[in-house]
Design a protein around this ligand. Structure first.
Ligand code: ATP
Length: 233
C-alpha cells in the first residue's frame, strides 16, 4: 500500500487554480522532493496533506485514508517540519519535546525524550539549553525529534535546507536518509536541486500547479536535473 497519494488533486483560491489534477503515489521509506518555482503549488500540496485546507477536487490520501480538514484520522500519521520550526524559546530542547509530545497524546520519561533528541542528532550538551540559543539546524532537529516522538509514518517538510550552511545541510541529509531507512516516508518541498538529488529517492518538478516530471534520482545527475528543471519551469 502507498503511504502518500494524490489522486486527481485540485485546489483553487478565489477561482484561480493553485493545483490541477495532481497525481502521485509514494511508498514507505521514500524521500520525495518536490521542486518548482515560487507559486508552483508545493506548499499548497503540503497543506492539503496536513488538512490545513480542503481540496476542490480529488483526494489527498495517507495510509489509505482520505485527508479531511479538521479530522483527526490522518493527523496521527504525519508530522510537519516548516521552514522555521516554531518552538518555545524559553523552554529547553527536552521541555519543548515533552510539551509537543504531550500535545500529540504521548508522555515519555526524561530518558526517552533524550533518546529521541539523540536519534535526531542534536548534540547532548544542547538538550537542557533554552531554544532561544539554538541555530536553525538545531531547531529542525527538535522538529525531527517531535516527529519521532509522535511515531509519525510520514514527515512533511517545507524548504528544510533553506538557510542551512553546507555542514548543517549535509547533516540534515544524513538524518533524512537514516529515517527513511528506518521506514519513515519523507515528502519535502525544496528549491535546493543539488540537495534534492543527494537526499531524494524521487524528484517531482511542478509548474503552475501541475506535476510535469517525476524522476528517480538514480536515473539523473544533479547537472541533468538542473537542466531539466530550467527547461520545465
Ligand atoms: N491562502 C491563499 N490564498 C490565495 N492564494 C493562495 C493561497 N495560498 C497559495 N495561494 C496561491 O496558490 C499558488 C500556489 O502557491 P504555493 O504557496 O503552493 O506555491 P509554492 O510552490 O509553495 O511557492 P513557494 O516556493 O514560494 O513557497 C500561488 O499562486 C499562490 O499565490
Amino acid at each position: 500500500m502507498f503511504v502518500l497519494q494524490a489522486k486527481q488533486l485540485g485546489k483553487q483560491y478565489n477561482g484561480t487554480a493553485a493545483l490541477r489534477n495532481l497525481n502521485f503515489s509514494i511508498g514507505k521509506g521514500e524521500i520525495f522532493c518536490l521542486l518548482g518555482q515560487n507559486g508552483a503549488g508545493k506548499t499548497t500540496t503540503i497543506n492539503l496533506f496536513l488538512g490545513f485546507t480542503a481540496a476542490n477536487s480529488g483526494k489527498a490520501v495517507i495510509n489509505g485514508v482520505e485527508v479531511k480538514p479538521n479530522d483527526a484520522a490522518t493527523k496521527k500519521f504525519i508530522a510537519y517540519i516548516p521552514e522555521v520550526v516554531q518552538l518555545y524559546g524559553n523552554l529547553t530542547g527536552v521541555e519543548n519535546l515533552d510539551f509537543f509530545s504531550r500535545l500529540a497524546g504521548f508522555k515519555y520519561s526524561r530518558d526517552m525524550l533524550a533518546d529521541f533528541l539523540k536519534r535526531a542528532s542534536l548534540q547532548w550538551d544542547a538538550f537542557e539549553k533554552p531554544l532561544s540559543t539554538y541555530s536553525k539546524g538545531m531547531r529542525q532537529k527538535v522538529g525531527i525529534a517531535i516527529a519521532l516522538a509522535k511515531n509519525a509514518d510520514v514527515i512533511l517538510m517545507d524548504e528544510p535546507t533553506s538557510g542551512l550552511d553546507p555542514k548543517a545541510t549535509a547533516e540534515f541529509t544524513k538524518i533524512c536518509k537514516t529515517l527513511a531507512a528506518e521506514g519513515k516516508t519523507i515528502f519535502m518541498a525544496t528549491h535546493d536541486i543539488f540537495n534534492a538529488v543527494n537526499v531524494g529517492t524521487r524528484i517531482g518538478i511542478m509548474k503552475a500547479g501541475t506535476l510535469v516530471h517525476t524522476i528517480a534520482t538514480n536515473k539523473i545527475s544533479a547537472t541533468e536535473l538542473q537542466q531539466l528543471y530550467l527547461e520545465t519551469i
